[in-house]
Design a protein around this ligand. Structure first.
Ligand code: HEC
Length: 459
């Protein structure tokens, strides 16, 4: 394992929109009036689950789960799971702690089809996605259930917007192929390139853009051939001396064939500004229509691809990126990236350590998305708002099993949220994480800032 994998740090990345406009973001989304749990039973469980999860069927025996209206709530809420692998991972069927319960919920794992690659890749003992043998739940049904879980999964009360159920699209796997280029935007193409047998290939590749001014990006679509650990796009810091300008359209490998770092190709990473990226084979992420992420791409984009080939044959990597642009006159809120790191701390040996750090937001901001990245040994990572009306609210959490995939390179290491929330003018964001280290005392530090800016995404 390379040194790089042993580095640990925690990076939190915010996409924020700045505006002086008053907001109405706190409007209660609830408009149904009926108990959300009743609607879940009638519109989701009855139609997709109850035929199997009913007393007397072999399916009910196999799962030890009955979902008929008389007992469904009691069978799910705060109940232990039947599956041994999920028990070992400390999951429960469904808790009532809101966001943190979402990620400890086996029920959610079992229905959340968009996480299919993670479900089968990281948890081969978790059985099948539900509903077994039927089409996945629709994206609207999943979001409806997710909102109910985040609201604490109450038995009564209306806590999710019923119009969500009108979204009848379903998760579909996307095969690698060239996407249609954007109508207003840029398509980038990297490769095909080779990855030698039993080799990690990571390189930078400068692609020049036909622009001298700022670009406003509203949507980014990335699709990659399998085997990718990550793909990231960077712009360059104003401070970068021209002498460091990389050669365009050239593969600048970060390691030689023996796996040793090539220092001269690393230097430029100190001047990188993160723009976008993913660890998923496919993402298509967009902002609300009136928002645009401002990037200064006068020196082009430095593309960073990292593939891992664990086979004895040479494999092929390839990436397509669609960057959709929006006219600045159409933008009401400019999105910016705010990156906070905690990367220089000491972990005592043989202990679980909890670390806390607070950051202050100096201006009024809307948080649109949160992404995080941590390296191995991290057990849990959470973000809470401190101060103002949202004081104490948990807005982001990751648990052990999601982080462990960073270790095994399954390509999915974190989650993200899409939400627009206006925070009070001065806020403190508090985050904490825990780590267990069974070896010597280690210092958490970054040896190369660029490396630690690897960010993980999901939609
Ligand atoms: C065709 C029959 C069938 C349908 C339909 C079905 N299930 Fe299942 N379910 C099973 C079987 C069999 C198992 C046990 C094997 C497994 O976990 O894959 C199971 C297991 C589960 C478990 C895990 C229970 C535990 O504690 O281990 C959950 C949760 C679950 N199902 C929820 C659902 C939900 C929610 C639906 C509807 C959206 C659904 N199932 C539809 C057959 C079915």
């Amino acid at each position: 394992m390379s040194d790089r994998i042993l580095l640990i740090s925690v990076t939190l990345l915010f996409l924020i929109g700045c505006s002086e406009e008053p907001s109405n973001d706190n409007i209660d989304p609830t408009n149904s009036g009926r108990d959300t749990w009743m609607i879940i039973q009638e519109k989701i469980l009855a139609e997709n689950c109850v035929d199997c999860h009913t007393t007397g069927t072999s399916f009910a025996d196999q799962s030890n789960l009955i979902l008929t209206p008389d007992v469904a709530y009691d069978q799910l809420i705060n109940q232990p799971v039947d599956n041994q692998a999920a028990i070992d991972d400390d999951l429960e069927r469904l808790g009532t702690d809101g966001l943190s319960s979402l990620y400890k919920s086996y029920l959610w794992e079992k229905i959340n089809a968009p996480d299919k690659e993670h479900f089968y890749g990281d948890h081969p003992q978790y059985g099948s996605l539900m509903p077994l043998g039927l089409p996945y739940l629709t994206n609207g049904q999943l979001e409806f259930v997710r909102q109910w879980i985040i609201a604490g999964a109450p038995e009564s009360g209306s806590v999710a917007d019923t119009t969500l159920l009108t979204d009848t699209t379903r998760f579909e796997e996307v095969e690698f192929a060239q996407p249609a280029p954007p109508e207003n935007g840029i398509q980038l193409h990297l490769g095909p390139f080779e990855i030698l047998p039993n080799y990690e290939r990571e390189f930078l590749y400068l692609t020049e853009l036909d622009t001298s001014g700022d670009l406003y990006v509203n949507q980014v679509e990335i699709t990659m051939r399998t085997g990718s650990h990550h793909f990231i796009m960077y712009t360059f810091d104003n401070q970068m001396p021209d002498i460091l300008d990389p050669e365009p359209n050239t593969y600048r490998d970060l390691r030689d064939e023996n796996g040793h770092y090539i220092q001269e190709n690393l230097t430029v990473m100190f001047f990188h500004d993160f723009f976008s990226g993913t660890q998923w084979p496919y993402i298509n992420r967009s902002f609300p229509p009136e928002m645009g992420l401002k990037i200064r791409a006068n020196k082009g984009l430095d593309l960073n691809s990292h593939y891992i080939n664990r086979t004895d044959e040479t494999t092929i990597g390839e990436v397509y990126v669609n960057i959709h642009l929006v006219d600045p006159s159409e933008i009401e809120k400019t999105v910016k990236i705010l990156q906070w790191n905690h990367n220089d701390f000491v972990l005592p040996a043989n202990e679980i350590t909890t670390l806390e750090k607070t950051f202050y937001a100096e201006e009024r901001m809307y948080i649109i998305q949160l992404f995080s990245h941590a390296h191995e040994h991290n057990l849990e990572f959470a973000v809470e708002v401190v101060g103002g009306a949202k004081d104490g609210e948990l807005i982001y959490v990751l648990i052990k099993c999601i982080f462990q995939c960073a270790l095994v390179f399954t390509g999915r290491c974190s989650i993200s949220y899409l939400f627009v929330q206006r925070l009070p003018k001065i806020n403190i964001l508090l985050f904490w994480c825990m780590d267990s280290w069974d070896g010597e005392k280690k210092k958490w530090q970054v040896t190369n800032i660029g490396e630690e800016r690897m960010i993980s995404f999901s939609d």
